[in-house]
Each structure stands twice: as C-alpha cells, then as structure tokens.
Design a protein around this ligand. Structure first.
Ligand SMILES: O=C(O)C(=O)C[C@]1(C(=O)O)C=C[C@@H](O)C=C1
Length: 342
C-alpha cells in the first residue's frame, strides 16, 4: 500500500487537472514511495541489499555542483571514499543527472552554519522523486586566492559562490572588497586563473588553489572559525531506515497542511507528544498556487520541508504517519538516514 497523502485538498478546488491524491503541479508527480505498513519490509530489504553492494563506493559516480576543487567535491570524497565525483554547473543539472541515471548518487549542500539555508536545493528537492540517504557535515575553511602576479594590496573585488561570500561577509567589508557572485567557489578560482585579473581574488578552498595554480594570500577568512556545511546524499533508490541508534538519525518529510487555522501548530505539537522532535523546518511558497482563499484573505500557501529527529524504523513513526494523513493534503518522506561529520 503506497503512502498516499489522503485528500489533496490544499484549500482550493481541484481545478485545472489538480486531481485527487496528486501533489501540486511542479512537484514530483510519481506515486509516493512505499515505506509504510506492510510494504515497509520490502523496501528495507531492497535498500539493505543496495547498501551492502556499495561498501567501498569504488567507481560509484557521485554528482555535485561546481568545478573540481569545490567544497562539494571535497565532501563527495569524504562521504563516499573511492567514488568518482562528477561536476555539474548548477544544482538542477545534478538533480537531472541523478534522476536520469547519469550518476549513481548526488551530494548537495543544504545549509551552512554561518550562511544559512541553500534555498535553491530546498526548492529542487520536492520536484524530483529522489531519496535522502545520509547527512554529511564538512568543516569549511575559506582562503583568499589570487593570481601569483597579483599584489594583495591591489585586491578590490572578490569572486565566489554566494554562500561562501555570506560566510566571509564581515571579512570582505573590513577589507573593503566588493563581493561578486560566481557559480561556485572553484569556478571563481578557475576564472581568476584564466583571466589574470590583478585587482581580484577568489574565495575558495586550498585545494582549488593547487588545481588552478593560485597563491593563497590568506587562510581561515570566514567570519566564524567553526564553519560547517551540511550536505545530503541523494539516491534514486531508498535506503534502509536505520534501526540502531535512532537518536543518531534524522527523517526528512515534505508536507503541505490542509487549510484551516492552527493546522501546522497542531500537527507539530501532536508529533511532539509522540516524542518526535522537529529539528528544522523550511517553508517555501507554492509558486504555482499561491492564492488559496480569497474569502479569508489568506494569500500564501506553503510546502514545508522538515527534519525530525529519529528514524521511521521506530514504531512511534507509524502513529506519526496517521497524523500526516489527518493534517496534510500532501506529504512525502525523503528518507531516514544517519549523520556523519568530517
Ligand atoms: O561552491 C562550492 O564550493 C560549493 O561546494 C557550494 C557551497 C554551497 O553551496 O554552500 C558548499 C559549501 C560552502 O559552504 C560554499 C559553497
């Protein structure tokens, strides 16, 4: 029995082909994965086999966003030792590559302890029928990189991924540098290397400095010494929900509450009463269907992507899914998985 979402009533009539039981347009339209009740064992067995076959990750192709030397590539190598990291220019290319089987897994940044959420990834996650199979936190130390011919006193502009710029914003302000956004940190380093801009630097990893033969003019320039990026591993197949040490696990669920006052608060407090703690919740506007109730004046409709402590292998999650049936018009479980830190 699939995890159906109950009535799709999101507070508006099911017009324009918005059929019962289907998620809103633009999101993953495939049926929800069977991970509940009678079918749970089936998926656990399949997931376990898939994991066992991948003990070393030798030759496993892992998609990431950025050029070689990006932090995402460094995280790939730590998370999946022996893997073959596969670079893609933008996040949506990574999602597409994984869903079309061009790569076996993907690793994507969800948030940074200094710079906050990576919203683009949160927006893409519900649109694809992929599964979260692990969490990996990487300590990130940013460097100021220039062409070897550049004198540090002539730097006026710094290029980097917006997340890296956000993590070094106070440093850049102190130094009087203009911040310029680039696709990724290593891409900024490659651009500085190719163009020999003598008034510019890149904020990137020391590995990027080696690859693109740049000078490291300063190290550890991020505003907080302890600076971590949390990545998630994505796969086409669900992995077995971990049963040992569920307190070390996390479960990610996207959902849209049924219309009605207090629905979100009630759902969360009833989950808490079951002993299921919310760790993070990320709202996103349903861009296709923002207007839901002209009469009440409610104009915004949200999808929430939430991380809960624990694993769906725990019996209390059976009751939790009854609550999701009751309170939401749509929900999808992305997976229960372990946390790893480097
Ligand atoms: O540009 C890179 O190097 C990336 O891997 C992307 C990214 C991010 O999107 O958060 C990853 C880690 C760092 O926090 C900075 C940038």
């Amino acid at each position: 029995m699939p995890v159906v979402s109950g009535s799709p009533s999101l507070g508006h009539p099911p017009a324009d082909g918005h059929a019962q039981g289907q998620p809103p347009r633009g999101w993953d339209q495939r049926p929800r994965v069977c991970i509940l009740g009678r079918d749970r064992r089936l998926v656990v067995a399949r997931g376990t086999a898939a994991l066992a076959a991948r003990e070393t990750f030798q030759g496993v192709r892992v998609g990431f966003q950025g050029k070689p030397g990006a932090y995402s590539e460094i995280a790939c190598e730590k998370a999946f030792p022996g893997c073959v990291p596969a670079p893609y220019r933008v996040f949506s290319d990574v999602f597409k590559a994984l869903s079309e089987g061009e790569v076996d897994q993907a690793l994507l940044p969800m948030e940074n302890s200094t710079g906050g959420s990576v919203h683009d990834v949160y927006l893409l996650l519900p649109k694809y029928g992929l599964h979260v199979v692990g969490e990996y936190s990487l300590g990130v130390e940013h460097c100021l990189l220039t062409h070897p011919s550049t004198d540090v006193s002539s730097i006026k502009r710094v290029f980097s991924h917006w997340q890296a710029l956000a993590q070094c914003a106070q440093y850049c302000e102190r130094m009087g540098y203009q911040m310029v956004e680039h696709d990724d940190t290593a891409g900024a380093a490659a651009m500085i290397s190719a163009n020999q801009h003598n008034d510019a630097a890149a904020i990137a990893s020391s590995r990027a400095a080696e690859i693109y033969e740049l000078d490291v003019k300063a190290k550890g320039i991020q505003d907080k010494e302890d600076n971590y990026t949390r990545f998630v591993g994505l796969s086409n197949a669900p992995s077995a929900p971990p049963c040992q040490d569920p307190s070390e696990c996390k479960t990610t669920i996207a959902f849209a509450c049924r219309d009605g006052a207090g629905g979100l608060q009630e759902l969360l407090s009833r989950l808490l009463a079951l002993g299921i703690n919310l760790e993070k919740i990320e709202p996103q506007a349903m861009l296709n269907e923002p207007l839901i109730d002209a009469a009440s004046g409610r104009k915004f409709n949200y999808l929430f992507v939430a991380d809960f402590k624990g694993s769906i292998a725990e019996p209390k999650f059976d009751q939790a899914f009854e609550l999701f049936e009751e309170y939401t018009g749509y929900y999808r479980v992305f997976g229960s998985y372990r946390r790893h830190a480097f």
